[in-house]
Design a protein around this ligand. Structure first.
Ligand SMILES: Nc1ncnc2c1ncn2[C@@H]1O[C@H](COP(=O)(O)OP(=O)(O)OP(=O)(O)O)[C@@H](O)[C@H]1O
Ligand SMILES: [Mg+2]
Length: 289
């Protein structure tokens, strides 16, 4: 199985190097957990490594997603769009059953290149569009089967009801059908460590079975802490991080280096939580190695 990087800092080693190429991953989380941000990072990573990107949006519109991406420090998204390397399919407000059977089918049949990345964010409205469980399963199977023809798939699922209870019918069907399931547990009312990532399953691969704290950091997106999360971080000087970055400049693409420099200038202690500078630098270097 060939592994491809997720684009989420710190996550790949927890999946033995990344997700399997041409597989389907489901990212589950409540409101504000970071699902769209995850999807953007996934597509971005693909584009940066020469894979085309397709973003299927079922509720937020294209402009909103682009705005979010730019906010996260990804201005190049405009270039990729202009060059048709990134394609948006806006299915919001459509009859999903019809959309999957007709429009998406045509799109996939016309798509000549293999090895793209495709994100569906969120998948939940598709499940709600039909009543019957059997029909739901059939529709999701069809959607995943079609999208898989163009490459590696990532879909997001909204978590409703009690947090951490993934047995609701809107999550359970896609969870069974996906190859890899990642849960972004977000307890909005809790302070530190309110965000925890857990890999529920990953077919044909070793994966971590721990809960890993993650943060959403402006300019970077999701950063997952790999271990030792009980400890609190000692205060460090921001200059230390800049020094680390300068040391690694030679191993980073030029524009990534400039971007990170800008990001680090604004980086606050609150954003990092208990992720140390050394860890952050290590996760970033892993992502670009
Ligand atoms: N530019 C940013 N800098 C720092 N944090 C951000 C930034 N943009 C978003 N966030 C964080 O990410 C959260 C939202 O992430 P995202 O939109 O990916 O969540 P989601 O799971 O898709 O939510 P929803 O289900 O409502 O669509 C925000 O509430 C905020 O905490
Ligand atoms: Mg979202």
């Amino acid at each position: 199985m060939k592994k491809i990087k997720t684009g989420v800092f710190g996550l790949n080693p927890l999946l033995d190097g990344g997700i399997n190429e041409n597989s389907t991953t489901a990212v589950i989380g409540g409101s504000g957990a970071g699902k769209t941000t995850f999807a953007i990072q996934f597509i971005r990573k693909g584009l940066e490594s020469g894979q085309e990107g397709i973003f299927v949006s079922l509720d937020e519109n294209k402009e909103q997603i682009i705005r979010e991406a730019v906010e996260m420090g990804w201005e190049e998204i405009m270039e990729y769009l202009k060059d048709d390397l990134l394609v948006f399919i806006d299915a919001s407000g459509k009859d999903f059953s019809n959309f999957i059977r007709k429009e998406l089918h045509t799109f996939v049949s016309d798509w000549k290149k293999a090895g793209a990345r495709i994100a569906i964010d969120p998948l939940t409205p598709v499940i709600w569009s039909v009543q019957d469980n059997y029909e739901q399963r059939e529709l999701i199977t069809m959607l995943l089967k079609q999208t898989r023809k163009v490459g590696t798939v990532l879909c997001t699922l909204e978590e409703h009801g009690t947090e951490g209870n993934l047995s609701g019918h809107e999550t359970i069907i896609p969870m069974y059908l996906a190859d890899c399931v990642i849960h972004l547990r977000y307890k909005a009312m809790e302070g530190s460590n309110s965000r925890m990532l857990k890999i529920v399953k990953c077919r044909n691969s070793w994966h971590s079975e721990e809960f890993h704290p993650y943060r959403i950091i402006s300019g970077l997106g999701l950063v997952v802490k790999q271990g030792d999360f009980g400890k609190t971080r000692k205060k460090e000087s921001a200059q230390e991080l800049m020094k680390e970055l300068e040391k690694n400049a030679g191993n980073l693409p030029k524009n990534a280096f400039q971007k990170l420099k800008e990001t680090f200038k604004e980086l606050s202690d609150a954003e990092l939580g208990n992720i140390t500078y050394a860890e952050l630098m290590r996760y970033i270097m892993e992502e670009y190695s």
